[in-house]
Design a protein. Sequence first.
Lengths: 210, 209
Amino acid sequence: MGSAGQSDALITARDAGLVACQQCGQVHRLEARICTRCNGPLRSRDAESLQKVWAWLIAGMIAYIPANLYPMLLTSTLVERSESTIIGGVVELFEHGSWGIATIVFAASVMIPVGKFIAIIYLALSVQRHSEQNRHERHKAYEVVEFIGRWSMIDVFVVAILSALVQLDTIATVNPGIAAVSFALSVIFTMLSAQAFDSRMIWDADRTKA
Amino acid sequence: MTTDLPPLDELVACPQCDTLHRAHSLPDNARAHCKRCGIVIMTSQPAAMARILSLALTAFIMMIAAISFPFLTLDAGGLHNATSVLDAVLAFNDGYAFPLAVAVAFFIVVIPLIRLGALIYALGPLVREQKPREGARTAFAIAERLRPWSMAEIFIVGVTVALIKVAGLAAVTIGPAFWAFAGVVVITVLKDQLICRYSIWEVLDKATR
Ligand SMILES: [Zn+2]
Ligand SMILES: [Zn+2]
């Protein structure tokens, strides 16, 4: 099957008076509430989707602030005790000449989270305004957000490994800072925000406005 | 518009944009994309079910090895510290960081194991052409629902970054668990690519009836 539709006119399950299961793709009559194939819940559209998206997103953005202000890592060696924030850690790596690693950490801890906030705000606003523009681009943006968001967790795992590994009593110890907790929460909240987004709404605009 | 719709069982809707398509059987190694948004709706790979099951079993065993063997060892100034995957998780065990320890444990060990276990439970009898077990559908739904929360591959990248960070300070020895964990990651990626949700649900459904 290339993917055979109904001639060239693409119609949605909702247009046809049906409801589709998002878990398995099976199509049912609109009144059905539970999928007969996979037992998943059936909802033509999730009416509270945007509300949940905004709530989780705001929680994620709030948690991201202390994640940047407070230390991620607490390091103590024979000679000194130091604390480093997310940005501080990236700068340190650059100074050591570890360009590649510095770029990975910067991308995972700053570019991805911030890019994700912007992308989710844009997606939610465009759906609220019933925008009909750039549907394909917006759908792509949604897929990228869903795929890439989890990768922000890299820095949390780096902190976990370093704190476990570098425990050499007097010589050097590394411990997690409070920012590791708020950063992890920020990533979890934004993942929940992206998952709450009902991507079918991107394609609904022309009908919901009419 | 709704006049001449084929029977509902012959239709499949795109989970991401709700567009209806007529379901056909696919030739081997083919993928069917959504006509509107382009995501893959179904794939067809020969013996996918048996391959998924054997990959899941391998990954499960390797994961057990990854949490039992030494992961990394650090030596500096005559001091020595060996770390297992579980130590890495428990690094967060004091005070305010405790919930984080639990979350990290879930992301890198517990959820990957639940996913693998659920998949083995759901698909095992199907490969042997027996009736699905009680709750097989729930098990498969859980395995797929948890997919974004299984972060073993992200963890292994994090470990690599951490290794480069300490490389200047101390000698780090990579233990067998590291390679087992890396193996789990690779196998999981291969396995997830073989999963065609539509076909597995169809098989589960028909086998239950
Ligand atoms: Zn279903
Ligand atoms: Zn689609």
